[in-house]
Design a protein around this ligand. Structure first.
Ligand SMILES: [Zn+2]
Length: 179
């Protein structure tokens, strides 16, 4: 079996977690289906933690929480679930000998990746409020962070869904003009 490569590898961690599942040509893909998949995914997002079954279950739960928030950021239940996820970890900041601020996280290892994704989501909400989007292509479920200047990005990728949509529009126009 060849390892499936996650799409949109440049997205931030919270969005990469959302994009661990999508519908491929051969059906539903889920990169968190098995422990081996989890180990690969952790390596691809540079999270140093040992993949365990407990972690896989916790990470899938975290993915659901973040997906619920992304789908409806104004929903109280989604916000509460996100806060419950964040409460699994705590950040301590201390001053190092060289005058640098050291940020350390206390969290159960099995919950580390999910918590990190939730923490990353807060950074996105702070720095790019309202910019988490799902691809406008009807058959694409991928998420992305819209970093365009005028908040106008619609597709997960211009090369993929953007082109497919343009081709379809062209086809429709073409067909129209012939009838
Ligand atoms: Zn797409």
């Amino acid at each position: 079996m060849t390892a499936t490569v996650q799409p949109l590898p440049d997205e931030p961690l919270a969005i990469r977690l959302l994009n661990t599942t999508w519908s491929g040509d051969t059906g539903e893909v889920d990169l968190l289906d098995e422990r081996a998949d989890l180990a690969r995914w952790l390596a691809s997002v540079d999270v140093a933690a040992r993949a365990t079954e407990e972690m896989r279950v916790a990470l899938r739960a975290a993915r659901s929480v973040i997906a619920a928030y992304a789908a409806d950021p104004d929903e109280t239940a989604a916000r509460q679930a996100l806060n419950a996820l964040l409460e699994q970890g705590a950040i301590t900041r201390t001053l190092g000998a060289g005058g640098e601020v050291v940020r350390s996280v206390t969290v159960d290892e099995s919950r580390l990746p999910g918590w990190m994704a939730a923490d990353d989501l807060l950074d996105i909400i702070t720095n790019r409020p309202g910019r988490i989007r799902q691809c406008a292509h009807p058959r694409c479920v991928l998420w992305f962070l819209d970093t365009s200047r005028n908040a106008s990005r619609r597709w997960c990728s211009m090369a993929g869904c953007g082109n497919r949509a343009k081709a379809q529009q062209h086809y429709r126009r073409h067909r129209h003009s012939n009838t």
